[in-house]
Design a protein around this ligand. Structure first.
Ligand SMILES: [Zn+2]
Length: 403
């Protein structure tokens, strides 16, 4: 095979005659490729002229970029209908230059992008399977429809209810009720189960009137049944749970809605677990692999999870609608507590989640009722004790002293 013919078939020109160093590309996957394929040859970087760094033949780099791109992008001629009267391809099309930016080939020196774009023979691109949802879109779509069903169609028998909007014949749709199992398996695969040891302090705040006392584990722990009238993010009215945080500021912000002209008191109970607690940690941060990362594992699942957690923890005003908007998260929480526990043969005791009131901090809900919050060194009379009160502190909250 002649060399020119071979290059046409491989889809790019590898004979560029340029060398590139890892510092000239910011995209992590491509950067790693350059580092792994750098030769010891003393060819300075053709872009930053650095001669004191190992460089990689640009032809190899273009080959790698091309190989990664064609996994998800194709020729518009193969994917899209073409209507000359309608202005060409019926779908969104990018030229190679714009595609490179879009997929994250991030560079300071524009001539790097130009060299790559010129070396790739195909000039225009569109998404593979243009008219189908990508795997993460399928999951997100399914989560949105699940929320709709349990909010406005069938709250208690949704597992068996007929769902008109779900089309079993669409290859890229999944039955929305399956999203619960899917979330559970993603959580297991990404090892988001975490232990909280008995030495980790968890703070729970009660906001009381200035002259009221709250001093006992019963006062400061989960609300007693009679007082559990409010629906909350993870718990419907009537099902008490322990909402806390790991730092003072978050514990107050999660609980306190400032009221103008009113002086209130925050009583902060410092609790410790009575035994190691098993929780699901939704506050864990994941790097979502790009198409250039060699490790592509769980790429779509991580993308979906990012959206899911954002939605799961989005701020909801304590208005009339709150009890309805919390329904999906309450169902997922109940699923973690009662169904996932059976499946993992591990009792799930709670969920850690990113605080919506104090960015970059974590909040926690523990499946403990009032009887399971006890004084230090004591046992619950009726059930397994889960948290003991070590001590408490009082903080005055005035309109001028809002944490
Ligand atoms: Zn360079």
């Amino acid at each position: 095979m002649g060399r020119a013919k071979h290059m046409m078939e491989q889809g790019y020109n590898s004979d560029i005659g340029a060398y590139i160093c890892p510092d000239c590309i910011k995209e992590d996957g491509i950067k790693s490729f350059i580092i792994e394929n750098s030769t010891t040859v003393t060819s300075p970087c053709s872009y930053c002229n650095n001669a004191n760094v190992k460089t990689c033949d640009m032809g190899l780099v273009v080959g790698y970029i091309h190989e990664c791109i064609i996994k998800e992008w194709s020729d518009p001629a193969e994917e899209l209908p073409y209507e000359s009267a309608e202005g060409g391809y019926q779908g969104s099309v990018l030229d190679t230059h714009d595609l490179l930016w879009q997929v994250g080939v991030n560079v300071d020196d524009e001539s790097i992008i130009e060299d790559i774009a010129e070396s790739i023979h195909q000039s225009h691109w569109t998404k593979n399977n243009y008219f189908s949802l990508s795997p993460d879109q399928t999951l997100s779509y399914s989560w949105k429809s699940f929320c709709q069903i349990v909010i406005s169609k069938s709250r208690y028998f949704f597992l068996n209810a007929h769902n008109e909007s779900y089309d079993v014949n669409q290859h890229d749709e999944m039955n929305p009720i399956k999203i619960l199992d899917t979330v559970a398996s993603i959580i297991k695969n990404l090892t988001m189960l975490k232990e909280i040891s008995t030495s980790e302090e968890i703070k729970r705040v009660r906001i009381v009137d200035e002259y009221r006392e709250a001093t006992t584990a019963s006062d400061l722990g989960s609300p007693p049944l009679d007082f559990c009238k409010m629906a909350n993010r993870m718990s419907p009215a009537g099902i008490p749970m322990f909402y806390g945080a790991f730092d003072l500021e978050t514990s107050i912000k999660e609980t306190y809605e400032p009221e103008p002209n009113l002086t209130k008191k925050a009583v902060v109970g410092n609790f410790y677990p009575c035994r190691t607690l098993n929780v699901i940690d939704l506050s864990q941060k994941f790097k979502i692999p790009t198409i250039f990362d060699q490790d592509q594992s769980y790429r779509f699942e991580k993308r979906f999870l990012y959206d899911f957690i954002k939605d799961f923890t989005k701020p909801i005003e304590r208005a009339d609608r709150a009890h309805i908007d919390y329904v999906p998260t309450q169902i997922v929480t109940e699923y973690f507590r009662h169904i996932l526990s059976k499946d993992t043969s591990l009792k799930i005791d709670g969920v850690i989640y990113p605080s919506s009131k104090n960015q970059n901090n974590k909040a926690i809900v523990i499946f403990a009722d009032n009887d399971q919050c006890v004084e230090k060194g004591t046992k619950s009379r009726y059930t397994e004790e889960l948290l003991f009160l070590n001590n408490f502190e009082e903080i005055e909250l005035t309109p001028f002293n809002i944490i």
